[in-house]
Design a protein around this ligand. Structure first.
Ligand SMILES: Cc1cc2nc3c(=O)[nH]c(=O)nc-3n(C[C@H](O)[C@H](O)[C@H](O)COP(=O)(O)OP(=O)(O)OC[C@H]3O[C@@H](n4cnc5c(N)ncnc54)[C@H](O)[C@@H]3O)c2cc1C
Length: 437
C-alpha cells in the first residue's frame, strides 16, 4: 500500500531551538507544547483568550459529584505518565467494575463481543489481503469486518471518539498508525502487531486496562500544567490581534479561529482552514440514586448504533469507571454523549429541562428507570470535534507544504492536525521535544 503519512502533526517548519515562539491557545495542545518547549529550553510564551486554561478540558465539582465537560479520561501512555510524575500528579487507574463494555442491540445492552458468530466474522478479516487503498473507515470496515460488524461495532466505537460515522471518516486520517502499518504488510494481523511493536509488555497491559484519569478529573492535569507554566502564559489576549506579528506563531486554536490569521496572508491556507467542519457535541452528566435503575449492568459504558433510534450516541458509566466520581456510594453518575445534527443546531439553544426529558426517555428504554435524575449538567460544544473526513486528511499535506514553503514563521497544531485524543496530543508534543534535544 502507499498511504501518505504526515511527517508530524505539527504542521509547518520544525521548531528551531534558537528561535523564540508565541503559542496561541492554552488548551491541552498549547499546554503540552509549552511544557515540552520549557523542558527543551526554547524561548516561548503562551497567549490565551480566556482567563483560564484547558479549552475543552474542564472538570467541575458539584454537590453530587464530578462533572467532566468534555474528555473524561485518556488511554495510558508513557508520555502522560512522565508529565504526571514530573508535576506530582497521581494517575487514577480504572476500577475493576469498568471491565465490561456494552453495545445496544434491539434496545438491550449486549456485552462486546456480541456473539460467537460475530467473533468468527471478525477473525475472518485476519485472512484477507488488503487490495486497493481505503478512502473511508467504512471501506476498511466493510472489507475486513463485514457490513454488519461495521454498522454494529466499528461505527458506534468511532462515533464515540470522533463524533462521526465510519462513512464520514477518512481511513488513513482516523487510523493513521494502521494505514502506516499497511504500507509494509497487506494483512491485518501483522499490521496490528506492527502498530504495537514499540510497546513493552507492561505498557501493553496499562493500555489494555482502559481509560485513565485523575482523582479530580482532567482539569487537574490542565491546572498543574498551568501552574508549571504560570510565568509563561499571558491571559485575555486574542491571538487574532497578532496576525501581523513578524515573529514565530504556533496556533493551537481551533481551525475556525486560526483561519483568521491567514485571511490576507494566504487565501489557499485560509480556504483549507475554513473548510474544516466541526460536529456540535453535547455532553450531559446525570446523577441518579442507585435505586432509580431496575435494570442496570456495571461496566465502562455502552455504545448505541444509529439504527437503534436513540438520541444519545453512547453512555459512560462514570462511577463504575473511576473512584471519586460521586459524592456518596448510593449515587450513580452517567455521562451521555449527543451530537446536534439539526440543520440550524437548535439543540444548542435548548435548556436543561429539555435535555432532561430527551435523555431520560432514552435511559428509561435502556435501564428501566423508576426515578428521575437528582441533577444533571449540560455542556454544549458548538465546535466540539473536528470531522476527520477524507478532505481534512488531504488538506494536512497541502497546509504543511504551504506553511513550510510560504509562511515558515507559522505553525498549526491541535486536535484537527492529525490526532484528536489527549494521549496523542501529548505524544506529538513529546516527539517535537525529542527532535529538539
Ligand atoms: C464531548 C467531548 C468528549 C471528549 N472526550 C474525550 C476523551 O474522553 N478522551 C480524549 O482523549 N479526548 C476527548 N475529547 C477530545 C479532546 O477533549 C480534545 O481533542 C482536546 O481537548 C482539544 O484540545 P486543544 O487544545 O487542541 O483545543 P481546545 O481545547 O479547543 O483549546 C483551544 C484553546 O485556544 C483558546 N483560544 C480560542 N480562540 C482564541 C484566540 N482567538 N486567542 C487566544 N486563544 C484562543 C481557547 O480558549 C482554548 O483554551 C472529547 C471532546 C469532546 C468535545
Amino acid at each position: 500500500m502507499n498511504y501518505k503519512i504526515p511527517s508530524s502533526n505539527l504542521l509547518g517548519k520544525p521548531i528551531d531551538k534558537n528561535q523564540s515562539y508565541i503559542i496561541v491557545g492554552a488548551g491541552i495542545s498549547g499546554l503540552f507544547l509549552g511544557y515540552y518547549l520549557k523542558k527543551a529550553n526554547v524561548s516561548f510564551k503562551i497567549v490565551e483568550q480566556q482567563q483560564q486554561a484547558g479549552g475543552l478540558l474542564q472538570s467541575e465539582q458539584t454537590e453530587y459529584g464530578l462533572v467532566e465537560r468534555a474528555a473524561n479520561g485518556f488511554i495510558w501512555c508513557k508520555e502522560i505518565q512522565e508529565i504526571s510524575d514530573d508535576l506530582k500528579l497521581e494517575i487514577l487507574s480504572p476500577k475493576s467494575t469498568s471491565k465490561s463494555r456494552f453495545i445496544v442491540k434491539n434496545k438491550k445492552l449486549r456485552k462486546i463481543p456480541l456473539s460467537f458468530f460475530d467473533g468468527i466474522r471478525l477473525l475472518q478479516g485476519f485472512t484477507k489481503k488488503h487490495g486497493t487503498p481505503f478512502n473511508t473507515l467504512e471501506d476498511f470496515g466493510k472489507y475486513f469486518l463485514g457490513e454488519k460488524n461495521t454498522a454494529q461495532l466499528l461505527t458506534p466505537a468511532f462515533t464515540g471518539i470522533y463524533g462521526a460515522s465510519a462513512e464520514q471518516l477518512s481511513f488513513a486520517g482516523a487510523m493513521t498508525q494502521l494505514a502506516e502499518a499497511f504500507n509494509s504488510t497487506n494483512y491485518l494481523r501483522p499490521a496490528f502487531k506492527k502498530m504495537r511493536a514499540h510497546l513493552t509488555p507492561s505498557e501493553k497491559k496499562k493500555r489494555a486496562a482502559g481509560t485513565h484519569c485523575y482523582k479530580n478529573g482532567m482539569g487537574e492535569l490542565t491546572q498543574r500544567l498551568t501552574e508549571h507554566l504560570q510565568n509563561d502564559i499571558e491571559w485575555n489576549v486574542d491571538g487574532r490581534t497578532l496576525k501581523n506579528e513578524s515573529g514565530n506563531l504556533i496556533l493551537t486554536t481551533p481551525a475556525h479561529v486560526s483561519k483568521d490569521l491567514f485571511k490576507e496572508k494566504n487565501k489557499t491556507l485560509f480556504h483549507h482552514l475554513d473548510a474544516i467542519k466541526y460536529n456540535s457535541m453535547i455532553s450531559v452528566t446525570l446523577f441518579f440514586s442507585k435505586t432509580a435503575f431496575k435494570n442496570f449492568k456495571p461496566g465502562f459504558g455502552c455504545l448505541i448504533p444509529q439504527k437503534e433510534g436513540f438520541n444519545i450516541l453512547g453512555v459512560l458509566f462514570n462511577s463504575y469507571i473511576f473512584d471519586h466520581r460521586v459524592a456518596s456510594d448510593d449515587l450513580i453518575s452517567l455521562t451521555c454523549i449527543l451530537r446536534d445534527d439539526t440543520a440550524n443546531l437548535s439543540w444548542l439553544d435548548k435548556d436543561k429541562e429539555w435535555f432532561k426529558s430527551l435523555i431520560t426517555k432514552d435511559l428509561d428504554l435502556l435501564f428501566d428507570l423508576s426515578e428521575q435524575p437528582i441533577d444533571l449538567v449540560v455542556s454544549k460544544w458548538r465546535n466540539g470535534i473536528p470531522l476527520y473526513s477524507p478532505s481534512l486528511y488531504d488538506s494536512w499535506f497541502s497546509m504543511d507544504d504551504i506553511l513550510k514553503n510560504e509562511i515558515p514563521n507559522r505553525n498549526l497544531f491541535g486536535n484537527y492536525t492529525g490526532e484528536i485524543s489527549v494521549r496523542a496530543l501529548a505524544q506529538t508534543s513529546y516527539l517535537i521535544y525529542k527532535y529538539l534535544k
